[in-house]
Design a protein around this ligand. Structure first.
Ligand SMILES: [Zn+2]
Length: 559
């Protein structure tokens, strides 16, 4: 009896000892964590955006990361950051990250909108183009930040101290422009097989080196990528259209630039460029704090082409994690005191075909009757009104819809009423709201998680750019009527939380780690960074609030 008791005591002691050993191993970090957050501003801000990186995707893969994300999840973690607005597209999403303002204020209400009363009339305007330049079109834009109505953090830093460098890189021009703003010292985006910039900027040696490496890879092709063991469950073929998706490995056929772009190789090249420019420009080693914005687009390209829950996304997440680790280790080796913030322009939803198999049969594709062309026909038939050009126009069977400017005021009222009635009669439509209704609403306040759909939509509304009627589809209705495997099978852009919720992660050496699961907003990032930098910013500059990054009694927001 005594022996049993004693051996029980021993095993109890052993069991208790196990966590004690683990804590001892963590002790040095614990001591460091008790010190307050560094008081001096960092020398470099690294602002990373992962394009189409939902809080759901982050939660799904978080347990498997072993590279750069491990560092970030050991920092300050806000797992429930909100792109609070309804039109969760790339341009609006990137516009909130470093301006601290919502689209309703900064003007970037969508990727593409119409200004029917302006010179383009019923032809679209791309968010990141200079539409006043005759050489510009949405398909081949003269890239510009002219449509962004507020300054970015990088511009604010430069106005306080012109020695600050504002650098932005991405596969997407709109990500570069919306994170960088109107005054960018180095701006590079991918176009047709190489990184390019504004027309007066010649590629530097660093850019040429990355372009040469990418060109060689595209020319030669590349083998399939390895699949981590933890991706095996996702590795399953799902029928979509005439093919299947879900088991891709990113083998690159020689000469196929598109396959390079829609793969983790695009992110690796973007990280190569970020590293190359950091070295070439000595970022973080200058007379003032520099800002390096890096928007990684491959998650979005792969999400659109294959959905977010197959082997493709799993392989991509593994590569992304490694690429981020490579970037951080490079900056470590340079001895730079840098602060990282990582977030996303929007989340995303998996393709309906796989969701249907995975216990969400309500996921479906939008009916063709909801395309602007077909709505135009229906409304014309309903009202008996026809005009030269489209009666109803817009970008997709979701979001902003515009009516012809050739209508009399009486006809306009009739057409809008018929359009709203048509939309509301569809079993796939959650709401149809007029511009007048949105304009009359106050800007929402409080927690973005609690807002109804119209409040979310209010933050995407701006007079002169927004549609006459806003179409809000039901939850999990994908506004792609017909799947295009390899290009477009899934998307984002909705007012639902799978598209609005994104992680917001901060890391800096010496920052005490904590995790705050309550909702915060992406418009909180800029005021948070401004406070860390000690930037004096006029009251009311931001729509967001400063997040205190000191998990203890200290306060990084204190003036
Ligand atoms: Zn995007």
């Amino acid at each position: 009896m005594r022996r049993i008791a004693s051996s029980l005591a021993v095993s109890l002691a052993l069991a208790l000892a196990a966590p004690a050993v683990a804590e001892t191993a963590q002790a040095p970090e614990q001591v460091a964590a008790e010190t307050p957050a560094p008081a001096n501003p960092p020398r470099l801000i690294v602002a990373v955006s992962i394009d189409q990186f939902s809080a759901d995707t982050f939660a799904q893969f978080r347990q498997h990361y072993s590279g750069g994300f491990v560092r970030l999840t050991g920092g300050v973690v806000f797992p429930s950051g909100y792109q609070s607005h309804a039109a969760t597209e790339t341009c609006p999403g990137h516009s909130t990250l470093l301006t601290g303002t919502h689209p309703s204020r900064n003007g970037i209400i969508a990727n593409t909108w119409y200004e029917p009363d302006g010179p383009r009339g019923d032809k679209p305007i791309y968010c990141a183009e200079d539409q006043t330049d005759p050489a510009s079109s949405p398909r081949n834009p003269v890239v510009s930040a002219r449509n962004l109505k507020v300054p970015t953090l990088g511009e604010m830093m430069k106005s306080v101290n012109p020695a600050s460098r504002n650098v932005a890189v991405s596969a997407k021009d709109r990500a570069v422009v919306m994170m960088g703003g109107h005054k960018i010292d180095a701006a590079w985006w991918w176009k047709g097989g190489s990184f390019v910039s504004f027309k007066d900027r010649a590629p530097t040696a660093a850019v040429q080196a990355v372009n040469a490496k990418a060109a060689a890879t595209i020319k030669a092709g590349a083998k399939a990528m390895p699949i981590p063991v933890w991706c095996k469950a996702a590795d399953r073929a799902v029928p979509v259209g005439k093919t299947t998706l879900g088991t891709g490995r990113f083998a690159l056929e020689a000469g196929k630039e598109n396959q390079f772009r829609i793969s983790p190789r695009m992110d690796a090249a973007t990280v190569d460029l970020a590293i190359g420019l950091a070295d070439e420009m000595n970022l973080g080693k200058g007379a003032a704090t520099d800002l390096l914005s890096v928007s990684l687009s491959a998650t979005d390209y792969v999400g659109h082409a294959t959905g977010v829950a197959g082997a493709e996304m799993c392989i991509l997440q593994n590569q992304l994690d490694q690429d981020l680790g490579r970037l951080f280790k490079h900056l470590d080796a340079k001895g730079i005191d840098y602060l990282v913030v990582l977030s996303a322009d929007h989340g995303g939803l998996d393709m309906p075909e796989r969701m249907d198999q995975q216990a969400f049969p309500a996921a479906e594709r939008a009916d063709v009757s909801l395309t602007p062309e077909n709505l135009s026909k229906t409304v014309a038939a309903k009202t008996g009104i026809t005009v030269e050009g489209p009666l109803v126009f817009g970008d997709a069977p979701a979001g902003d819809l515009y009516v012809s400017r050739k209508l009399t005021p009486e006809q306009r009222t009739k057409v809008i009423a018929a359009l709203v009635e048509t939309l509301k009669a569809s079993p796939q439509v959650a709401d149809a709201v007029t511009a007048e209704e949105l304009a009359a609403m106050p800007l929402p306040t409080g927690t973005p998680q609690e807002w109804n759909l119209r409040k979310r939509a209010r933050l995407s509304y701006q007079a002169g750019r927004s549609g006459d009627v806003l179409l809000i589809l039901n939850r999990a209705v994908t506004p792609i009527p017909e799947a295009m495997p390899g290009a477009y099978v899934a998307t984002h852009g909705s007012a639902y939380d799978y598209d609005r919720r994104v992680p917001i992660l901060f890391w800096r050496k010496g920052l005490r780690p904590f995790e705050q699961p309550q909702p915060v907003e992406t418009v909180d990032i800029a005021p948070t960074l401004a406070a860390v930098l000690g930037l004096k910013v006029a009251d009311g500059t931001f729509d967001g609030r400063c997040l205190d990054l000191d998990g203890g009694a200290g306060d990084t927001c204190a003036k």
